[in-house]
Design a protein around this ligand. Structure first.
Ligand code: F0G
Length: 456
């Protein structure tokens, strides 16, 4: 057997600080037991997110020097627009400062109060913008996505029967679009199959409902299609990415993930009228339609990053590293979401901390304990992230109560993954000593970012 290594070598390094356990205990208490509120210099291995934390290539950095910082009509915009057309198939594109800005504009343009927006599991910012525009999110992902132990190869798939049931209940006129994420973040980085996407395309066409693609991790989804779906083994990731996008009508993109940049995103579409309306709105909230809150150099780095992100060797190494960590944890018996997803390994906090009730925020507590053990920073993806129902004010209690070990792209080595695995195994073995947490400060929106907690 031949083994694969990273398709790059390292040209510049950033030194890391190490801390003592006493320092980490103090730091997490000062941060209100919320890993978002830690200072990054107090973190050893940062697996908080894969967003905006990738290492750019020498070519991307060279592209930064080609920034055309003109207010209007920057050359970098036209390069980015051409790249989005060629790689992702969408005819039109407006840049935004990041993904949620595209979600904001899109939700305002398409959703009217009283509408329903079905999606394959919620994402925090996506659902919030749908709700702020007056819409109600409806989860139409397959049931298996809510079961961390189900081994289904495409746990991101939409359950078409759930869409049919929704159309029975509310008129299709009140469904402006279906929101489809590729490699569903909250389900554990789980992919959608091309077969399911085709079925969904037909459904949307039949009911005259738009299909909007959250394409934040589309290249990772394409890799899973190549690995798992009949007929795709010999296609390139680039070709599969294009095929996925071409089945959808519009897209929101956080380029801080797949596209290997530290900041940036866009809203893309095929309909020229929707494009015109998006341009009218982008000038209100982001900037002129040819920069949308970004510097010219950021758009250049994005255009280059998009091409690097759909290269088979890049994705193989990227997902291979996530799978390496997942396999180590699984071999040691740590309960994780199966199959291992594209961008992260998700720890099943319900099974690791069976003695902590969901009201006492087990995943939040587990993430804090992991930081204290080794300085590894992870993120809660459970009841804290799920927030409250906007209408009833009640907590959402999601089936998945997870801690996400998110792997930045092209940043850490295999030895870093070994250290992470050792620490997670150690914390899991001593889980009985971990206590729950309660809120001492709960923000109204997206409470996981700035919330503060204390041990119960
Ligand atoms: N959609 C998905 C699927 C995401 O994962 C994110 C961000 C966004 C939209 C919003 O994009 O951050 O550029 O505004 N996810 C990050 C994460 C924050 O850590 O999962 P943004």
């Amino acid at each position: 057997h031949r083994s694969w290594a990273e398709p790059f070598k390292i040209k510049m390094v950033e030194l890391l600080k190490t801390t003592t356990i006493e320092e980490r205990q103090r730091a997490i208490a000062e941060a209100g037991y919320n890993t978002f509120l830690l200072r990054s210099e107090d973190v050893y291995i940062d697996l908080l997110t894969d967003s905006g934390v990738s290492a750019m290539s020498d070519r991307q950095w060279a592209g930064m020097m080609l920034g055309d910082e003109s207010y209007a009509g920057s050359a970098n915009f036209y390069h980015l627009e051409a790249t989005v057309r060629e790689c992702y198939s969408y005819a039109h594109m407006v840049p935004t400062h990041q993904g949620r800005a595209a979600e904001h504009i899109l939700s305002k343009l398409l959703i009217k109060p009283g509408d329903y927006v079905p999606g394959n599991m919620y994402f925090t910012t996506t659902r919030l913008h749908q709700e702020l525009a007056g819409g109600t999110f409806v989860d139409v992902i397959v049931d298996e996505a809510h079961d961390p132990q189900s081994e289904l190869p495409f746990k991101g798939n939409v359950d078409i029967a759930k869409l049919d049931a929704l159309v029975e209940r509310v008129d299709a006129k009140n469904i402006p679009y279906v929101s489809l994420a590729t490699c569903v973040n909250m389900a554990g980085g789980q992919p959608v199959s091309m077969a399911n996407l085709r079925e969904l395309r037909d459904w949307c066409t039949r009911h005259k409902v738009l299909l909007v693609h959250d394409m934040t991790r589309v290249a990772e989804n394409a890799w899973f299609i190549k690995q798992r779906e009949v007929g795709y083994a010999d296609k390139s990731v680039a070709a599969i990415v294009h095929e996925i996008c071409a089945l959808t009508d519009a897209a929101t993109m956080s380029a801080k993930k797949d596209a290997l940049v530290n900041i940036g995103g866009f809203l893309a579409m095929n309909d020229p009228d929707l494009y015109r309306r998006a341009c009218d709105m982008i000038v209100v909230y982001e900037g002129l339609h040819t920069y949308g809150g970004l510097a010219g150099r950021d758009m250049e780095a994005m255009a280059i990053g998009i091409r690097e992100s759909i290269d088979d060797n890049h994705i193989r190494a990227r997902i291979g590293q996530v799978e390496y960590l997942g396999a180590k944890l699984q071999a040691a018996g740590v309960p994780i979401v199966r199959p291992v997803g594209g961008h992260a390994v998700f720890l099943d906090a319900r099974r690791i901390l069976p003695h902590v009730a969901q009201e006492l925020l087990p995943a939040q507590a587990l993430a804090a304990a992991l930081y204290v053990d080794s300085g590894v920073r992870a993120m809660e993806r459970g009841v804290v992230s799920a927030g409250r129902d906007a209408k009833t004010g009640q907590n959402y209690y999601p089936k998945l109560e997870l801690v996400r070990l998110t792997i930045p792209r092209r940043v850490y080595t295999q030895a870093h993954m070994d250290v992470v695995a050792e620490s997670v195994i150690e914390v899991t073995e001593q889980a009985a000593s971990i206590r729950g947490l309660r809120f001492v400060y709960e923000p109204e929106q997206l409470r996981f970012f700035l919330g503060r907690f204390e041990p119960v």
